[in-house]
Design a protein around this ligand. Sequence first.
Ligand code: NAD
Ligand code: IPM
Ligand code: MN
Length: 366
Amino acid sequence: MKREIVLLPGDGIGQEIMESAKSVLNTVAANFGHQFIFHEHAIGGTAIDQYQTPLPETTIKACKGSDAVLLGAVGGEKWDSLPGDQRPEKGLLGIRKALDLFANLRPIKGFAPLLHASPLKQEIIEGSDILIIRELTGGLYFGEPKSRVEDGNAAVDTLYYSRQEMERIIDKSFQTAQKRRKKLTSVDKANVLESSRLWREIVEEKSKSYPDVEVNHLLVDAAAMKLITQPNQFDVIVTENLFGDILSDEASVLTGSLGMLPSASIRTDGVGLYEPVHGSAPDIAGLGIANPLGMILSTALMLRQSFDMQEEADEIEKAVQETLDQGYHTPDLSIKDGIKVGTKEMTDTVIGNLSSNSVSNCICNS
Ligand code: NAD
Ligand code: IPM
Ligand code: MN
């Protein structure tokens, strides 16, 4: 199969982990007889430096015309003093909005060899398998007005959600829960926020159409606590944009590192965008030690969701599992034993495992 993929490496470690994604996809293409054609475009700080905007029109056009988009990360100190609407992050928000990617799926599932890498007790983490579904194109991130007011002495951000925006993400979450363990936790702040009260009403209304899904509501403050004290109580969590952002970084602690989490940003149909949950990690950028697994696992999500290449995606996930089983890990994973490696060696090891998986596969099939 031939597929056109737009690559948006972005800034900091985004550039480094995108190299890993490319090598992994090239290997998958060779092993399975696919043709993945990469088109690299600028976003974030890199785009500001080159084109004076974090999201050039050419980037938007290329993404819209592609079969899928892979993104590294954006942001960095160099651009931190720019006005809000000119910052690198605005490029990321802009491409999510331009592609109408309202559903951000963030799976959080620990790998057995990393149980000790988390500061949480092993018995707490064991068995946890969570999918956070974060609304991605509304809420405080996009509501207007958003500006300095009163001669710059006050500031306003607007938390706005239309019924339609809430309904589509809630429907998506019920449908996703139906395909998993049929348990949906809706997280809000309905004791304070009007938007949360409407959200909760809609969840209740919608639950009548999905009687096989068990629903419960949690306030976000309590959810933050339960996520790390009873993580295996959760199946699918659905929440608004900002809560989902914060809770997913928190949940990454279960896996041993923020560098482990992949994500898929999708709509009902159309182009999907796949990116790790973490940022550009300026503190380690350029050192060659970034954990590439969140990015590599995002390529698996892309193959699964956008290209319906289930076997190929399974191969990548199995190769990651094997690499961790062999003890390989980057320094962000605090493991005493095992083999500490940098980004390139970690990637090469995954690729080595990938090849052997696929070769055995080919023998089985022949
Ligand atoms: P961050 O996610 O970049 O880093 C947080 C911590 O986790 C750092 O100590 C970093 O070294 C570590 N870390 C993150 N990813 C890692 C990886 N793959 N391997 C090893 N360690 C990793 O968050 P931050 O430091 O708060 O933000 C830095 C910049 O990134 C900011 O400009 C922010 O706006 C941006 N950001 C971008 C995205 C994105 O592009 N999707 C997401 C979050 C933050
Ligand atoms: C993420 C990031 C972004 C967000 C920033 C960089 C705009 O934190 O993808 O989680 O808040 O959505
Ligand atoms: Mn975030």
